[in-house]
Every structure is written in C-alpha cells, then in structure tokens.
Design a protein around this ligand. Structure first.
Ligand code: BEZ
Ligand code: FE
Length: 287
C-alpha cells in the first residue's frame, strides 16, 4: 500500500511558483495547485486513470480545429461556461438571464434592415417575427443604436458553419434599435438540436447517459456603448426540454412566449441593459 503524500509536498510545489510577478496569475496558479493536489489525493488517482486522463486531453486536442474547440465543449457540458457567465454577469434581480456564448458565435454578421429575415426564403421551418425594445435597466429609458447580434441553428439542427448546404452567414444577422430602442426581425421558429457528439466529449456524455440535446433557442448578444453587453438566449415557453439542457443554460428567466400567428409565430421580447463597459465576447470560430 502506498503512503499518502504529506502537505509538505504540495507546499514545495506552491513555493516553486511563488515568484510570478503578475499578482492575478500568481493567485490563480496557487489556487489551481492547491485544488488539483487535493483532488488527486481525494481520488487516489491510479496510474491507469492518469494515463486515461492525459490521453483524453490528447484526443480533445486532436478533435479541436478552428471550426470547433473540444475543450470549450467540455467546459460547456461540465457547467463551467454557464457558471462563469453567471459569476461575471448574473444578478438576482435581473429580468433577462445570462447565457453561455456557445461555440458557434461568429463575429461580423451582416447588418440587416429593420424587419428583415435572417433565414433565406427557401430555408425549411416556420418563421417567427420578433420585435421588442432595448432599454436601460436602471431608468427604463430606450437605448437608440443598440446592436442585436443574433444567430440560430437551421431546422436540420446545424449552424451555417457546420453545413455546406447553407449560405455563408445564413441565420445570422445584426440589427440596430431605432430612437425608441425598438427592433424587429424575422427568424426561424427555433427547434431542439443535438450538439456534436462524435468526439471525446460525446463519449463522456454517453457514459453519463446524458442526451446531447439543446432545447430550442435563439442566441442574442445585445450591446451598446456605455452598457454591459448582454449575452443571452431565448427559449420557448413550455418546452419540456428546458429542464435537460446538456450545457445547463436554459432557464425560466430566458423564455419567450411564441404565439401562433397564421402559419408563423410572433414574439415580443425586451432586453434591459445595465450601465457598464461595453465589450464583445471573443468568437470561438473565425469570421
Ligand atoms: C449552442 O447553443 O450553440 C451550443 C452551446 C454549447 C455547446 C454546443 C452548442
Ligand atoms: Fe445554439
């Protein structure tokens, strides 16, 4: 039976990294060492398990390309991406919830006219006309010139970058609010889809008996100078899949009431922004 490594070993490793100049990096590394060492001791990781772990990371690296980052998928399905979003941007009283960005955000989507559709005329699926208002959370004042960056999967469950049949930047677009803070656009009625599960993360989900399902949603980033950028998603009120989002994002503070209107749908949805610094998230795939 092997002996338990004592605390002195961890202290020695901590000391070896105590000369990092950047105080934030120094603190992060020290916390990482403490927690990783504690994990390994609590798990009593065997040689075979350690070999499996580094081989799993190697396979995640092999699966990663400019079009998909397996490490990001792993963080998403472990709840880490959503946790970081909530830590940095979530607040109790916030009426519209914050969501992870997801791996399929592309920067530089085309600006489209008010009322335009992000779906090509021949794209299968029902349409939804979405309108609403962007306003300052603290004062309720309308925000003119706010930008809604919106993207969604096609009815076959694939984003444009995953599907050669779709035109470039299909189901993506940017819209500006008018002087009353309002916007209007047409999208596809969102449908449930499967996230890619043909890599190590997919294997892991199978072992965990977790279906790789994302409830139907539309992604939206709302930004305006002087306001904290809101990264969110709109889910469909009453969708039972909301409870089983594979990436732990869907929640009742991000549901829209999609009302049938003829053979299409109608949604009114408002976005409150808090005063703050306007930043845009880094796109995981190239423009
Ligand atoms: C998405 O909503 O696009 C997404 C989020 C996390 C993992 C995979 C897909
Ligand atoms: Fe998505």
């Amino acid at each position: 039976m092997s002996t338990s490594p004592n605390q002195e070993f961890t202290e020695k490793v901590l000391k070896a990294y105590s000369d990092i100049d950047n105080p934030r990096l120094k603190s992060v590394i020290s916390i990482l060492i403490k927690h990783l060492h504690a994990c390994v001791k609590e798990m009593r990781v065997t040689d075979q398990e350690w070999e499996f772990a580094w081989d799993f990371m190697k396979r995640m690296a092999e699966k990663t390309s400019p079009l998909g980052n397996e490490f990001l998928f792993f963080a998403d399905v472990m709840g880490l991406s959503q946790l970081i979003e909530i830590l940095n941007h979530g607040e109790q009283e916030q009426p519209v919830g914050v969501a992870l960005l997801g791996p399929f955000f592309r920067a530089d989507a085309p600006f489209r006219e008010r009322g335009a559709s992000i779906a090509s005329d021949d794209a299968p699926g029902a349409r939804v006309r979405i309108s609403g208002r962007v306003f300052e959370f603290e004062s309720n004042a309308p925000i003119e010139g706010a930008i809604l960056d919106i993207w969604q999967a096609a009815a076959n469950g694939l984003y444009e970058n995953q599907d050669e049949q779709q035109p470039d930047y299909h189901l993506r677009g940017r819209f500006r609010t008018d002087k009353n803070g309002t916007f209007e656009l047409i999208a596809l009625m969102p449908t449930t889809y499967r996230i890619p599960d043909d890599g190590p993360v997919g294997e892991f989900l199978k072992i965990a008996k977790r279906p790789p399902i994302r409830p139907a949603h539309i992604h939206v980033i709302v930004s305006a100078p002087g306001y904290e950028t809101l990264v969110t998603q709109i889910f469909v009120k009453g969708d039972p899949d909301i409870e089983d989002d594979v990436v732990f994002t869907a929640s009742q503070n991000m549901v829209g009431d999609f009302k049938p209107e003829g053979d299409a749908f109608r949604l009114t949805y408002d976005f409150p922004l808090k005063r703050g610094i306007s930043t845009m998230p880094k796109a995981p795939i190239p423009a």
